[in-house]
Design a binder for this molecule. Structure first.
Ligand code: PEP
Length: 238
């Protein structure tokens, strides 16, 4: 199986029924012209049904931003992998730095979430990345290797997301990203797509995606602006 190009949007906790409708309309119109790279949007739980309905039969896949590591039971507020799969959910983000930092998700919990998504037949997108302090201390490889090694990584997508570049407007240079991607590449199955995430914009996407080990992007802020997301998708088209 060959590596595939993928651009996935992470809408985080943004949106309303009306804004989701408008964004999907624009993406559906625009994505018809951009082929060659796969496209997905990872949306807040309440909009999953709306998104599933609107994107049915289209080239845009959809996913969730989180999943419970438990199969079922007394876990108030949680959503299981089976529930997501029943809706036709394709992707699940696991280990986003916001979940690790704000909600204290451990490597073990991330590994369990990754496994739950995979066992339910979805494609987990595992996020790994170092903080600025860790980078400055020369620990980038050590950190991402530890985060990856905690997971029984197969049948997934990997996303390198330096924490210092997420939502900050400060992105890694293509060379910095390439160095970490090449390091990660040696630790995952050959066909794994490795995405870069961290302040990707239409202006920097093409240079980033031109790197030999960068297979696409996980896009936060820019995925909420249809024209920006479509331009990034176009930049990933080889
Ligand atoms: C993200 O949330 O995964 C992300 C990469 O955000 P942004 O593109 O806004 O930096």
């Amino acid at each position: 199986m060959a590596r595939v190009r993928l651009v996935a949007g992470n809408w985080k906790m943004h949106g309303s029924r009306a804004s989701v409708e408008a964004l999907l309309d624009s993406l559906l119109q625009g994505s018809a012209q951009s082929s060659g790279a796969r496209c997905a949007v990872c949306v807040p739980f309440p909009y999953l049904a709306q998104v599933a309905e609107r994107l049915r039969g289209s080239a845009i896949a959809w996913g969730a931003q989180n999943v419970s590591e438990h199969a079922q039971g007394a876990y108030t507020g949680e959503v299981s992998a089976a529930m997501l799969a029943e809706f036709g959910c394709r992707y699940v983000i696991a280990g986003h730095s916001e979940r690790r930092q704000l909600y204290g998700e451990s490597d073990a919990q991330v590994a369990a979430k990754f496994a739950a998504a995979r066992i339910a037949g979805m494609t987990p997108i595992l996020c790994v990345g170092e903080t600025l302090a860790q980078r400055d201390a020369g620990k980038t490889e050590q950190v991402v290797a530890r985060q990856l090694a905690a997971v029984d990584f197969k049948d997934g997508v990997l996303a390198y997301e330096p924490v210092w570049a997420i939502g900050t407007g400060r992105n890694a240079t293509p060379e910095q990203a390439q160095a970490v991607h090449a390091f990660l590449r040696r630790r995952v199955p050959q066909a794994t797509s490795i995405l870069y995430g961290g302040s990707v914009k239409p202006q920097n996407a093409a240079a980033m995606f031109a790197m030999p080990d960068v297979d696409g992007g996980l896009i936060g802020g820019a995925s909420l602006v249809a024209t920006d997301f479509l331009d990034i998708l176009k930049a990933a088209t080889t």
